[in-house]
Ligand binder design. Structure first.
Ligand SMILES: [Zn+2]
Length: 245
């Protein structure tokens, strides 16, 4: 299916990006989103292979960061959608397990609250990714209906309406691919998926990983699999990470 192919392509790209890229922020998101768009499989509708589309998706991949600072309600609801603080035991705050997350954000939040925290403190990035996948699946479904209606509508008036709807939906799909690809980019950034995003933090640290909180880079070169440790202590993290890292 086209949508599944889109998401798989985006996910594979994220999984294969260098883990220690020096540049991130706008540069990283442009790279993730535009290269993924330029690598879409042949089964994807032709309008997504138009000359400017990969560039547009690359630029739109920055939007969820650019909209930060819009206001308190906007930011406090959306900012935690950019990260998830996963412990080295693959648990979030000692509660939900990464590979067996609850089906809904509400259930995830309820599980975290049983551990004295919530989705706003520890983030909900995996739900952002699924949210986007579901939105795009719907987008492409409407596009297929419009494309069929444009050819097979009962009247000229119907066909004209479907043609305009298809064109509008193509704008929406480009927008949504760009917007939601942002979170695939975030998920490929180690600082967005670990409790160790701000220096190693107040955790067992037998290997002596850096506590430098200024660079916000991975605390040790090559440290892709830190030693096992208990779940994060209460009160961690001190503040949410920024996509600008
Ligand atoms: Zn982000």
């Amino acid at each position: 299916m086209p949508i599944r192919s889109v998401v798989v392509a985006l996910a594979l790209l994220g999984a294969t990006l260098p883990r220690h890229a020096l540049a991130w922020g706008a540069t990283g998101h442009r790279l993730v989103s535009s290269v993924a768009a330029a690598s879409l499989p042949d089964e994807i509708p032709a309008f997504l292979r138009a000359p400017d589309v990969a560039w547009q998706i690359g630029e739109l991949g920055r939007e969820p960061d650019r909209s930060k600072g819009s206001g308190v309600i906007h930011d406090r609801e959306r900012d935690p959608g950019h990260y998830i603080n996963i412990g080295d035991d693959f648990l979030v705050a000692g509660g939900p397990r990464l590979m067996a997350l609850p089906e809904t954000r509400q259930a995830y939040d309820s599980a975290l609250r049983q551990h004295g925290t919530d989705q706003y403190e520890h983030g909900y990035l995996p739900y952002s990714i699924v949210d986007g996948w579901q939105q795009l699946r719907k987008d492409f479904g409407y596009w297929r209906v419009a494309a069929i209606g444009e050819r097979a509508g009962a009247s000229a008036e119907d066909r004209a309406w479907f043609a305009r709807d298809r064109q509008l939906r193509e704008l929406l799909i480009v927008r949504d691919l760009g917007h939601w690809s942002h979170f695939i980019g975030d998920a490929s950034q180690p600082m967005h998926v670990s409790v160790h995003y701000n220096g190693w933090g107040p955790f067992a640290n037998p290997a002596g990983y850096s506590q430098d909180t200024r660079s916000k880079r991975p605390a040790a070169s090559g440290a892709t699999r830190p030693p096992a440790r208990p779940s994060p202590p209460s009160g961690w993290p001190p503040r949410p990470p920024s996509c600008a890292t």
